[in-house]
Design a protein around this ligand. Sequence first.
Ligand code: TYD
Length: 209
Amino acid sequence: MNSINKIGKFITFEGIDGAGKSTHISNVVNLIQAQGLTVVSTREPGGTPLGEKLRELVLHETMHPETETLLMFAARREHLANVIEPALARGDWVVCDRFSDATFAYQGGGRGLDKAKFAELEQWVHAHLHPDLTLLFDLPPAIAGERLAAQGRLLDRFEQERVDFHHRVRDAYLERSAAEPQRIQVINANQRPDIIKKQVEETVLRYCL
Ligand code: TYD
């Protein structure tokens, strides 16, 4: 499909591991529903039965960084075709926990792969569709690491990476937001949750509703 009749809005959430985006995703879903709109809440990698299988692999199996990148885009192609594009075409809104900015940040910044290759994959997989708004939850990796440790659960391959990896991911996200300041709105995630909630809601209302 080269173009879709898009009516609903496509909002993505990004940030380093431990930035605390999950509760804010639920709040935004509630906010959109409160306007009488239908919203699909989904995530990457994942969002489809095949995508969730690919998620298991990329989060837990050792692999070459380029294999990791290609699997992210493979899961994304499936997700776009089966979930995101049909939802937007129906006029629904889509709220997605991570999208292609995560590949630029993690596989580009974190793993150090050539971002020009990702631009080609992005062109291939979703030239026609980009998020209307991206909320980037930003905070220092040391604080995010403390939050992850406090959760006391088993960490995936990305969460287990050293702090310098997370610094590179954060820098790549900020670089991308500097290049697209209108689409990518940076939220300071090192604040009280109620303050973050208010800023997130104001941003969504200002840019999308
Ligand atoms: P995450 O979204 O943080 O889920 P959870 O809240 O369940 O931990 O986990 C997904 C991980 O996948 C995260 O560490 C970032 C990574 N990731 C990439 O490396 N590249 C990508 O393109 C995407 C979408 C995610």
